[in-house]
Design a protein around this ligand. Structure first.
Ligand code: NAP
Length: 257
């Protein structure tokens, strides 16, 4: 059978993107929607999720909502099971919700450590389990875990974040090990540095920004829409034999010292 360029299209597929009320999650929803998917906007706040879904529908993208907190296991299982029953199948899951906390490791508060792990790592486990149980029954599904260059590289003041993102990269490989036989592909998408609210402190820090542009072969920050090509690829049939991999979209940052 010859290659079908149409295999990149996501028509007839539905994609749930956690933490898609703003930032990278919102842009990924736009990208997957532009490729033909219906998108499910997730936020903890119903009004915000509805407003974002409305905005996407105005842009011509089919958008629904699922309201839950990725740290609330019982609540998110109920929301996902109800969605699957009342609305329809989630074919693509993007685990995007994440937080950052910065402090020297020796002073890092235990509460901040736990908060970070609860969202960045436990959240991926809970939501993936809730969605994968349905995907396994259908023998088909795509999971994209948002990792980071910090899945591979550490930096002072964000050791716990790097630990959480390193773990998400390995959890992605674990999903491949266990769920590939059920027709599920789980891959990581690892952004470099992108100007979102999460990085406000870094954007405002001119010395950091100059260092970053020198450190990155592309010589600049990433633009959030530049993550969409890889996300669409990993969500589509074009990547059906790719599993457990992490694609770094980082302007070359992790390729050089
Ligand atoms: P952001 O602008 O701060 O957005 C994060 C999103 O996650 C927000 O919508 C936030 O909702 C949501 N969220 C946080 N905790 C949640 C919870 N418990 N349940 C549900 N949603 C929750 O950050 P971003 O830069 O777009 O980051 C998105 C992902 O990319 C994260 O996993 C991050 O680690 C990763 N990443 C980002 C960069 C970068 O350069 N920006 C680089 C590498 C990786 P609220 O608005 O309610 O807080």
């Amino acid at each position: 059978m010859s290659f079908n360029p149409g295999s990149f299209q996501l028509d007839g597929r539905r994609a749930l993107i956690t933490g898609s009320g703003k930032g990278i999650g919102l842009e990924l929803a736009r990208g997957l929607g532009a490729a033909g998917a219906k998108v499910v906007i997730n936020d903890r706040n119903r009004d915000k999720a509805q407003a974002v879904a409305r905005q996407l529908r105005d842009e011509g993208i089919g958008a629904e909502i699922a309201v839950f907190d990725v740290t609330d296991r019982a609540g998110l299982f109920e929301a996902i099971d109800t969605f699957e029953t009342r609305v329809g199948a989630i074919d693509i899951l993007v685990n995007n919700a994440g937080i950052q906390r910065r402090a020297p490791l020796e002073d890092f508060a235990a509460d901040d450590w736990h908060a970070l792990m609860r969202v960045n790592l436990d959240g991926v486990f809970h939501v993936s389990q809730a969605v994968a149980r349905h995907m396994i029954g259908r023998r088909r599904g795509k999971i994209i875990n948002i990792c980071s260059v910090q899945s591979q590289l550490a930096r002072p003041s964000i050791a716990p974040y790097a630990a959480s993102k390193g773990a998400v990269k390995m959890l992605t490989q674990g999903m491949c090990a266990e769920w590939a036989r059920h027709g599920i592909q789980a891959n990581g998408l690892a952004p470099g540095y992108f100007a979102t609210e999460m990085n406000r402190a870094l954007i405002d820090d001119q010395a950091f920004s100059q260092w970053l542009c020198k450190r990155t072969p592309a010589g600049r920050w990433g633009r959030v829409e530049e993550l969409c090509g890889s996300a669409v690829f990993l969500a589509s049939a074009a990547s059906d034999f790719i599993n457990g991999q992490t694609i770094f979209v980082d302007g070359g940052l992790t390729s050089v010292v």
